[in-house]
Write a protein that binds this ligand. Sequence first.
Ligand code: GLC
Length: 737
Amino acid sequence: MKTLFRICSIVLFFGLSFLLDCAYPAGEIPLYKDAGRTVDERVADLLSRMTLEEKILQLNQYILGENSNVNNIGEVSDTFIPGIGSYIYFNDNAVLRNSLQRRELEVSRLGIPLLFGFDVIHGFRTIFPIPLAQACSWNPELVGQACAVAAQEARMSGVEWVFSPMIDVARDGRWGRVAEGYGEDPYATSVFAVAAVGGYQGSDLSSPRSVAACLKHFVGYGLSQGGRDYEATDVSPQALWDTYLPPYEAGVCAGAATVMSAFNDINGTPATANHYLLTEVLKEKWDFGGFVVADWNAVEQLISQGVAADKKEAAYKAFAAGVDMDMKDFCYKDHLGALVAEGKIPVARIDEAVANILALKFRLGLFEQPYAVELPEDERILLPYNKELATKMAEESMVLLKNDNGLLPLCAKTVAVIGPMADNREHMLGSWTAHGRVEDVEGSIYDNLQKEFGKKMDFLYAAGCGFDGDDRSGFAEARAIAEQADVLVLCLGEKNAWSGENASRSTLALPAIQEALLQDMKKTGKPIVLVLSNGRPLELCRIEPLCDAIVEMWQPGIMGGKALAGILSGRINPSGKLSITFPLTTGQIPMYYNTRQSARPFQGKYQDIPTEPLYAFGHGLSYTTFEYGDLYLPKDTIRKNEKLRLEIQVTNAGNFDGKETVHWFVSDPTCSISRPVKELKFFEKQFIEAGTCRTFYFELIPERDLSFVNAQGERFLETGTYYVMVKDKKIKLELID
Ligand code: GLC
């Protein structure tokens, strides 16, 4: 509808602006430069003045200068192309950007400013925990605040458009990009998508603290076969609608300014040439009013995906499908003109795409303020508030997976800190680190433990081994300090480059050398705390039995060391819970909580290993004990148009104050379409003082929380028996007409 309205207003204003133009005495400003006009009026007026060539240039994004994204093919380019719509901007301050903008506006006939975008996935310079970790905080407000900090640093450094949030539901940890999203659940990913869009965009896109968000990668990219990146995906239409599309619909409803089309092909039609998804669903059914940018080279890649013979056909297929802006490969720049001349692409479609892009430039205030204020570093990055928030996010995202015999919080005289991650700062940053720097990481685990405990505890350090390889020469030194210690803190994990884009791994297991180090340390008989730094769920079946306590630190960002030390000392009570399942072994993949019911739930299990995951979705311990009361609902039968307020009391029965997240699930055991065994429909995190009790509520709305969706994306609600579940509590609910 928005697109239709925009086209109509364009046609209307074509006529009017012609008249107005005549009415404009020479020298007066043209309508589109009048900030008092509506965005649609300004777009229509500007469009009416543009040539076809000027319009087509707006539909291209290019890179300029160094390309720091190692996965993206492409030469370093120093070709300045007047009139182009957008650049990916790789610098960390606004100086170059402003000079490019100035150069553009000096030659642009109509003074159309450039749009600068960049990959800001979990921070610009203040690097937060990876998004998968952030989801484990179950704190959407905090996620939104982290995105707001990233927006502030990016905008003040010359970037007004971020290619974030990544909201691909992913359940295969072999896929490296699982690190970039919010885990396996569609509802949780939807909630975090909305929080991220709100944090990035704020209430006014023209604010120097706001940036345009970009929902990516539309859609189903997380289903890449075998966890191998860029692979084709096969997904049923019904699963698309009940699992992979909901976060995008939520993000669009939240006002996301842009969407990025994915690399993968979906059931034989690449996402970047998928008219059904890009136009019929995104733009028409959901009334998305922003614009779609293709992923890097994704238009040209339609050739390798077998649906285009050359760049011209690729341009035609992507543009006709609904991709408005072409990233990097110039298929649009080189071929749209001819396609229009040949009558294959209507000018109206060109105008619609250009209008979407111009509208964002107007909303960002780029016509009024095309230059970013050039602030010194200490006024725009790594600000005290930014680092405090990064610390808080790291604290809330870490997950206590195991804590036998209350080994944690640490209480010892001498502690040996061992492992490749023990004194490493680099690999705390994770993948997609934008302008994050190792020197910004405020200490390693070893550094921060010494700082946290001061003289109360002695810390010894030995790396023991590298992240991979087979050099065991460091084991002896590790063994020597282990013998002197009361407790061992083993710090193992992944390098930054082992997750993220183009970082698929055939196994979730850590390299054998790391497991060997742990096994060797186990021989000392000392209690072991395992700290993990990783960007994916790990295979811990051989490791878990050797450890008394396990803390999933994830890749926690620049303040991760301080946060972890706070948890190991008990200053912080861990409150994280897994947003993705940890399978027992890689062989269990796919393994996630909201699977559909088996025909024989008690048979068909693996013969060689257990069929349960090692750590389930939602698993996470605390230093205190939270006791759940019974589920309460005011009545057990409701009509479709009624709401129901369910409640449960949670008591902090331990000695530590703490935060607890309650996850509310529903199940519909009998439906016209087989449904997942249970589905997350709400979650809430609360602080509960030791010895006190808090009530958690869930306002159940049948249409929203009990309905399901069919293969056509039609939501339906059936009467019958449902269950509401919290942890092991389950209550029956009858729905009637
Ligand atoms: C990459 C990624 C995408 C990123 C884009 C620009 O290949 O797939 O997430 O935003 O290119 O760097």
